[in-house]
Design a protein. Structure first.
Length: 299
């Protein structure tokens, strides 16, 4: 098994066909097919199921690709540590729940880059996708929260994928509302006072379990519920409908405007916000710098 073979199977999985992957890799289709078959024979697994429309990753292939991406990412990190020239393009990707402090840290990371070229990604996405992104090494780290309700379930899932949770800070529950909201003048609000206002939360797609919810107290019954997929829509609905969402309380007026404010919520509970990553793997310099940047916005 070679790094080249691992790069081949990852590219085929990405493209979905041998022919498209061969074009991207600048090799012949028969050469690519033979390389994959040799790897499958050596590892005694079937990575791809062949179909009329191309190839589909098998169940055991999904697990193999997860390990392959880990190996390739670690190889890239080693090369960047010892072989990087000033002209090399830097690459970095994180996945996160919808937190403005993560965006701020990402912005600062890019502003501080000494290089003129980079290829970065930040994915504000669903909790299940964040965990899967880190597991498959699409992202180096993922930003999520745990609390007394979801901790047992999420820690079990993380353990099964050989991931660990590293706490960054603990936040008390707050709500985001518009500065024109009827409750905006209050120093704190109760769940009873919020009962008549629309409750906004982030959609979790096919994995819409309460354990994956981005908002603490997700099991509380509300009369009016609206689910959205992005922060911009959520904030627009906060303004347009006098809605609210439950959050960490950290907001940045430069990114989100001064018309969205944070108010403490009078209900017992806390959110342990942190990052997930693979155990015992090298952490890149970019990741370390990103985490340093986060500390400026959460302390």
């Amino acid at each position: 098994m070679t790094l080249q073979q691992l790069r081949y199977v990852v590219m085929v999985a990405q493209k979905g066909t041998i022919s498209e992957a061969a074009k991207e890799l600048f090799i012949s289709q028969p050469s690519l097919t033979n390389a994959i078959r040799e790897l499958e024979k050596e590892m005694n697994i079937t990575i791809f199921n062949r179909t009329n429309k191309g190839v589909a990753v098998s169940n055991e292939g999904e697990q193999f690709l997860g390990y392959a991406r880990q190996v390739l990412e670690q190889a890239n990190l080693l090369e960047s540590a010892y072989k990087t020239s000033p002209q090399d393009k830097q690459r970095f990707c994180i996945s996160t729940q919808h937190y403005s402090f993560a965006i701020n840290a990402f912005v600062d990371l890019i502003k501080d880059l000494p290089h003129n070229e980079y290829d970065f990604s930040i994915r504000e996405t669903q909790t299940y996708e964040i965990i899967n992104d880190v597991y498959t090494m699409k992202s180096e780290i993922g930003i999520i929260y745990i609390n007394s309700f979801n901790e047992a379930a999420l820690m079990k899932i993380l353990k099964s994928k050989d991931l660990c949770f590293n706490e960054l800070f603990v936040a008390k529950p707050h709500i985001f509302v518009t500065s024109e909201h009827p409750l905006a003048h209050k120093e704190s609000v109760t769940m009873e006072e919020l009962a008549d206002y629309p409750y906004l939360s982030f959609e979790q797609g096919e994995h819409n379990s309460f354990y994956y919810s981005e908002e603490i107290f997700s099991t509380v019954e509300r009369k009016k519920n609206i689910r959205v997929t992005d922060r911009a829509t959520l904030f627009n609905l906060l303004i347009g409908l006098n809605g609210y969402t439950v959050c960490s309380g950290i907001i940045d007026s430069d990114l989100n405007g001064s018309n969205i404010i944070s108010i403490p919520l009078s209900k017992e509970g806390n959110m342990k916000i942190g990052y997930i990553c693979h155990k015992n793997l090298i952490t890149s310099k970019l990741c370390k710098k990103f985490l340093e940047n986060l500390s400026k916005y959460i302390n």
